[in-house]
Write a protein that binds this ligand. Structure first.
Ligand SMILES: *[C@@H]1O[C@H](CO)[C@@H](O)[C@H](O)[C@H]1NC(C)=O
Ligand SMILES: *[C@@H]1O[C@H](CO)[C@@H](O)[C@H](O)[C@H]1NC(C)=O
Ligand SMILES: *[C@@H]1O[C@H](CO)[C@@H](O)[C@H](O)[C@H]1NC(C)=O
Ligand SMILES: *[C@@H]1O[C@H](CO)[C@@H](O)[C@H](O)[C@H]1NC(C)=O
Ligand SMILES: *[C@@H]1O[C@H](CO)[C@@H](O)[C@H](O)[C@H]1NC(C)=O
Ligand SMILES: *[C@@H]1O[C@H](CO)[C@@H](O)[C@H](O)[C@H]1NC(C)=O
Ligand SMILES: *[C@@H]1O[C@H](CO)[C@@H](O)[C@H](O)[C@H]1NC(C)=O
Ligand SMILES: *[C@@H]1O[C@H](CO)[C@@H](O)[C@H](O)[C@H]1NC(C)=O
Ligand SMILES: *[C@@H]1O[C@H](CO)[C@@H](O)[C@H](O)[C@H]1NC(C)=O
Length: 576
C-alpha cells in the first residue's frame, strides 16, 4: 500500500448537494501521511490514514472487483491484507470518486460522510456527532473528536465481523447500543452475511450466534471465570485477559492483551457460523494461527438434544441422553439418532416432597427465561427452588472461589451439554420416585442401537419378563401409600445409604465381613437358591447395610432367573 497523502480541501459545504463543487477545489495542497482528518482535509481513493504507531491503516479497498470498493481498516504491517472493519459494507462504491469528509455540526448534527464527489451520492455517514476531527488510533479504533477532544463516535461501537482487543461485544444500556459482530457474506464480499454474534439480555445474559433470528450456538451465562459453555477459557491466560461486565448500565464481553504481550496480535472473528480467535505470533513464520474456534462439535449446536436432553460428544455416535427421570419424547426419532425432540418427565412433580438430581460437569441450560440472584448462597438457592412449584432446576451463578449465587429455571431446560473437563453442576428437580441413588450416573443413555432389537428404546430398567418374574419370586409388593408412610413421605432423613456418620466404624475386619457377606449372598443366588438368579446390576449403591453392618443385596430390577433354558441370552447391555 502506497504511503498515504491527505489532500487539504476547504470545509465541506453544509448541504451534501454541493459536493460536486468540491471537485474543482480539492487539490489545493497535500499533507504527508496522517492519522487524522479535519474539516479542511478529507480522504479520497488511493489515500490512507495510518495510526500514529503504524499499527492500523484506513483507506479504500476492493476485495473482488474494482467496481465494488469499500472504506475499511486493516493491519498496516500484515500481509495478506486483513480487514478488521468496513464502513460502507452494504453500499459498495462504484468507481474512484468517493471521498471521506468531516461534516460540521450545522448539517445533521455533524459527523462523517462517505460520498461520491461528482454525484454527491452518500454511501455511508455518521450523523449527530458534532466533530472537529476524525482520528485512527493504534487500537484500530476510528474516533470522531468533538470540542475538548471528547470522543463523540467510534468505530469500536459499530463492529463488522471482528473484535479487537478493547472492543466491547454487547450492550450499552444507557443508550440502547447493541454491539454485535456480523459475518461477511463471503471471503471477498464484506456485505452483511447470515450470522451475527451478540449478547442476549433477557434472563441471565449469554452470548449467542444467530442465523438470522435462530440461535445456532450459545456460550452460556458468565460464571465469574468464563462462559459456562466455554470452560477452556482461562481467566488469566498469559497473553489475554477476558472481562465480562453485567450491571445496570453495561452488559458486554471484552478481551485485552496483557501489558507484556504487546508483541502479540490477536483478533476474534465471526466467520460463517463459527467464532474464531486468530493470533499473529511474534517472531513466528508469519501468518495467522487459529488459536481457538467454536462450535467444537455437534454438541455445540443449539438444542441438539432438545428439552431435558444432554449432549455428550464423548458418548460415541449417539450423543444424546436424557436427564435422569426423563425419557425420550419421540423414541423412534431418538433411536434414529435425532435427539432434537428432547425428553419428557416420567413422573409429574408433586411440588411437595420433590428432590434434585445433580448433573455434574455440564454447560448450564439456556438462561433466556431464567432468573439470577447473585446475593444468596447455593443452599438458599435450593430452598428457594423447592419453595416455588414452578422452579425446575437451579445452579450456582458464580463458581469463582467456590460456588455462590443462584440461577433458577422455570421453563424447559434446553441446550445442556456435558464436558469431560470443567463444566458446572446443575440441580434438576425430580419427583421423589425418580430420584437416582446417590452415586449413579445422572443421565441415561438409551441403548437401543443394538441391531438385533432395532428401534425399541429401553426406557425402563425392568424391561424383561417383569411380570412373570415377580410372580415366581414371591417378591413382596408395597403400594405407594405404605411406602409414603414408612419413609415419612420420602423424607431426606429416612433415606437409605446416605449419612457418613457410621463410616468411621468401617475398619478393615468389618469391611472384610461385608465383602464376605456379599460373596455369600451371590453364592446363594447363583447356586443354593431354588431359583438361580443373576443380579446383573451389582454395585456399591445396591448393597445395603443393616444396623449391625450386615450386607443386603438390593435392587433386583434387572435381575433374571437363570432357569432350565440355559440357551436364553441377553441381547442388551443392562446394569453394570
Ligand atoms: C482550516 O482552514 C482554515 C483556513 O484555510 C484555517 O483558518 C483553519 O485553522 C483550518 N482548520 C483546521 C482544523 O486545520
Ligand atoms: C459502475 O460504473 C461503471 C462505469 O461508470 C458502469 O458501467 C456500471 O454500470 C456501474 N455499475 C453500477 C452497479 O452502478
Ligand atoms: C445518513 O445518516 C442518517 C442518520 O443515521 C440516515 O438516516 C441516512 O440514511 C444516512 N444516509 C445514507 C445515505 O446512508
Ligand atoms: C486476573 O488478573 C487481574 C489483574 O492481574 C486481576 O485483577 C483479576 O482478579 C484476575 N482474575 C482472576 C479470575 O484471577
Ligand atoms: C458498569 O460497569 C462498567 C465497567 O466496569 C462501569 O464503567 C460502569 O460504571 C458500571 N455501571 C454501574 C451502574 O455500576
Ligand atoms: C474464515 O475461516 C477460514 C477457514 O475456515 C479461513 O481461511 C479464513 O481466513 C477465515 N476468515 C477470516 C476473516 O479470518
Ligand atoms: C422462554 O419463554 C418463551 C415464552 O414462554 C418460550 O417461547 C421460549 O421457548 C422460552 N425459551 C427458553 C430457552 O426456554
Ligand atoms: C415462582 O417462580 C416464578 C417463575 O420464576 C415467579 O414468576 C414467581 O413469582 C415465583 N413465585 C414465588 C412465590 O416466588
Ligand atoms: C472393628 O469395628 C468393630 C465395630 O464396628 C469392633 O467391634 C471391632 O473390635 C473393630 N476391630 C478392630 C480390629 O478395631
Amino acid at each position: 500500500m502506497a504511503m498515504a497523502a491527505v489532500i487539504i480541501t476547504p470545509p465541506l459545504p453544509a448541504a451534501l448537494l454541493l459536493l460536486p463543487l468540491l471537485l474543482s477545489l480539492s487539490s489545493s495542497s497535500v499533507a504527508s501521511a496522517s492519522d487524522t482528518i479535519t474539516p479542511n482535509s478529507s480522504l479520497s481513493h488511493g489515500q490512507t490514514l495510518v495510526s500514529a504507531g503504524g499499527v492500523f491503516e484506513l483507506g479504500f479497498f476492493s476485495p473482488a472487483t474494482p467496481s465494488a470498493t469499500f472504506l475499511g481498516i486493516w493491519y498496516k504491517g500484515i500481509s495478506p491484507t486483513t480487514v478488521v472493519w468496513v464502513a460502507n459494507r452494504d453500499a459498495p462504491i462504484n468507481g474512484t470518486a468517493a471521498i471521506l469528509s468531516i461534516i460540521d455540526s450545522t448539517t445533521n448534527g455533524g459527523g462523517l460522510v462517505l460520498a461520491d464527489r461528482s454525484s454527491g451520492h452518500v454511501f455511508w455517514n455518521v450523523t449527530g456527532a458534532g466533530a472537529t476531527s476524525a482520528q485512527l488510533l493504534d487500537s484500530g479504533n476510528l474516533v470522531l473528536l468533538g470540542a475538548g477532544d471528547v470522543i463523540t463516535w467510534q468505530s469500536f461501537d459499530h463492529p463488522s465481523d471482528t473484535l479487537l482487543p478493547g472492543m466491547k461485544l454487547g450492550w450499552d444500556l444507557s443508550t440502547g447500543l447493541d454491539r454485535r459482530l456480523a459475518t461477511w457474506r463471503g471471503p471477498t464480499d464484506p456485505s452483511r452475511g447470515d450470522y451475527t454474534f451478540g449478547m442476549e439480555l433477557r434472563g441471565v445474559p449469554e452470548g449467542f450466534i444467530w442465523r438470522h433470528a435462530a440461535p445456532v450456538y450459545r456460550n452460556g451465562p458468565w460464571n465469574g471465570l468464563q462462559f459456562s459453555g466455554e470452560p477452556e477459557m482461562r481467566p488469566n491466560n498469559t497473553d489475554f485477559r477476558f472481562e465480562f461486565v453485567a450491571n445496570a448500565t453495561d452488559v458486554y464481553y471484552t478481551f485485552l492483551l496483557d501489558a507484556d504481550a504487546d508483541d502479540v496480535t490477536s483478533r476474534f472473528v465471526l466467520n460463517g457460523s463459527s467464532i474464531q480467535r486468530y493470533v499473529w505470533a511474534p517472531g513466528g513464520g508469519g501468518g495467522w494461527t487459529l488459536y481457538w474456534s467454536l462450535p467444537r462439535d455437534q454438541c455445540d449446536q443449539y438444542a441438539q438434544c432438545g428439552a431435558y436432553g444432554v449432549c455428550d460428544a464423548g458418548g460415541g455416535s449417539a450423543v444424546c441422553a436424557c436427564v435422569v427421570g426423563f425419557s425420550p419424547a419421540a423414541p423412534r426419532d431418538w433411536a434414529l439418532r435425532d435427539g432434537s425432540g428432547g425428553c419428557v418427565r416420567r413422573t409429574r412433580l408433586a411440588c411437595a416432597g420433590d428432590g434434585f438430581a445433580p448433573l455434574r460437569g455440564v454447560k448450564l441450560p439456556d438462561t433466556t427465561n431464567a432468573t439470577v440472584d447473585a446475593g444468596i448462597s447455593v443452599e438458599q438457592c435450593r430452598t428457594r427452588c423447592l419453595a416455588n412449584c414452578s422452579c425446575v432446576a437451579y445452579a450456582a451463578s458464580n463458581i469463582k472461589g467456590g460456588d455462590s449465587g443462584c440461577i433458577i429455571w422455570s421453563s424447559a431446560l434446553i441446550d445442556i451439554r456435558r464436558f469431560s473437563n470443567g463444566g458446572q453442576d446443575l440441580y434438576v428437580r425430580l419427583a421423589a420416585s425418580d430420584l437416582p441413588n446417590p452415586g449413579t450416573f445422572q443421565t441415561q443413555r438409551f441403548n437401543s442401537f443394538d441391531s438385533s432389537v432395532p428401534l425399541t428404546p429401553v426406557q425402563e430398567r425392568n424391561m424383561e419378563d417383569e411380570s412373570t418374574q415377580s410372580k415366581d419370586l414371591n417378591v413382596m409388593l408395597f403400594d405407594i401409600s405404605t411406602i409414603v408412610l414408612s419413609t415419612n413421605n420420602f423424607a431426606t432423613s429416612a433415606k437409605l445409604g446416605e449419612d457418613n456418620t457410621r463410616s468411621s466404624q468401617l475398619n478393615w475386619s468389618k469391611r472384610f465381613d461385608i465383602i464376605l457377606g456379599i460373596a455369600r449372598g451371590l453364592l446363594y443366588l447363583h447356586q443354593d437358591s431354588r431359583y438361580k438368579v443373576i443380579h446383573r446390576d451389582l454395585k456399591a449403591g445396591n448393597i445395603l447395610l443393616d444396623k449391625d453392618m450386615n450386607p443386603k443385596i438390593s435392587d433386583f430390577g434387572v435381575a433374571r432367573i437363570f432357569g432350565d433354558d440355559t440357551n436364553s441370552h441377553t441381547r442388551k447391555v443392562v446394569g453394570t
